[in-house]
Design a protein around this ligand. Structure first.
Ligand code: PML
Ligand code: MG
Length: 280
């Protein structure tokens, strides 16, 4: 029997009463792990770079074995960018041989629009909606992959991906470390991104962390997760997630799957081992 343990924390009161979101995290764990993980999640809420929580809610539910859905882990790719975030007006990429790397947002656009049906117009419109919000959303925005129009009606809450974990966290972290990857941001994002792309109708994701000191984000599509550095300025608390979907997709079914289906992600696999990809 596994237990779902979920933490959400805010400053200035509960989220429902206007509190400012500080942190959210979760795991699927055994009974023996519950006390240790609860204490780790409380510690995280009290020491977060976004502030010190004065509201922390921990929810624990037992999960029947037959409710558990297993999925593969996305494969990690590290993308080279030129160290800038967006447009770089002085660089003429066409005239340069070999071509210089793109900025992080240009590379994100190139990856998603070359390998999926997401259009450049949709990418730009969706990213501009995300980065012009006054405050980060708690969940993700669902956007039309052809137009970039927001499709979900859930305001600042959006869709919150929940009830997921690595099937064997020790094996997953060992495999990540052996390939030169470490850090809770990457571990949790890889689980979440794997679940997101397993939802019917989702063709791609873009993520910018809302943690002020963490500027690495990613795009994902198919079976791959592409890490991108410098996705926002250091110190910015603005981030979020965009899930690109086909306009004909069933938005309520996607939300229901992402929020409620209990999902275990198999450990990641790597073809090349041993490079150094230090993360926070
Ligand atoms: C978050 O803070 O929720 C997003 C973390 C993105 C991790 C990207 C990476 O390091 O691969
Ligand atoms: Mg965060």
């Amino acid at each position: 029997m596994l237990y779902s343990i979920r933490m959400r924390a805010a400053e200035g009161g509960p989220h429902e009463q206007g509190g400012h979101h500080i942190s959210g995290a979760e795991r699927l764990v055994t009974k023996e792990e519950l006390e240790q993980i609860s204490s780790e999640l409380v510690h995280r809420a009290l020491t977060h770079s976004k502030g010190c929580a004065d509201f922390i809610r921990i929810t624990i539910d037992a999960i029947p074995d037959e409710a558990i859905h297993r999925i593969p882990c996305l494969t990690i790719a590290d993308e080279q960018t030129d160290g800038h975030i967006g447009e770089v007006p002085t660089t003429n990429h066409e005239a340069t041989t070999p071509p210089l790397p793109l900025s992080s947002h240009q590379q994100a656009e190139a990856l998603l629009t070359t390998h999926t049906a997401i259009t450049p117009v949709a990418f730009r419109r969706a990213v501009s909606q995300l980065v012009s919000l006054p405050e980060s959303m708690r969940g993700a925005m669902l956007v039309d992959m052809r137009t970039g129009q927001r499709l979900d009606p859930w305001g600042q809450r959006g869709v919150r991906v929940s009830r997921m974990s690595f099937a064997d966290e020790t094996a997953a972290i060992t495999a990540l470390n052996a390939a030169g990857y470490s850090g809770v941001h990457l571990e949790e994002a890889l689980v979440l991104a794997s679940k997101v792309l397993s939802a019917p109708g989702v063709v791609g994701e873009l993520c910018i962390s809302d943690d002020p000191d963490y500027t690495t984000g990613y795009v994902s599509y198919g079976s791959t997760y592409h890490r991108l550095h410098h996705m926002k300025p250091v110190g910015s608390p603005l981030g979020g997630r965009l899930f690109f979907v086909d306009a004909t997709a069933d938005i309520a079914a996607i939300k229901n799957y992402l929020e409620t289906t209990v999902t275990l992600v198999n450990p990641p696999t790597f073809s090349l081992q041993g490079e150094n990809h230090e993360t926070l």
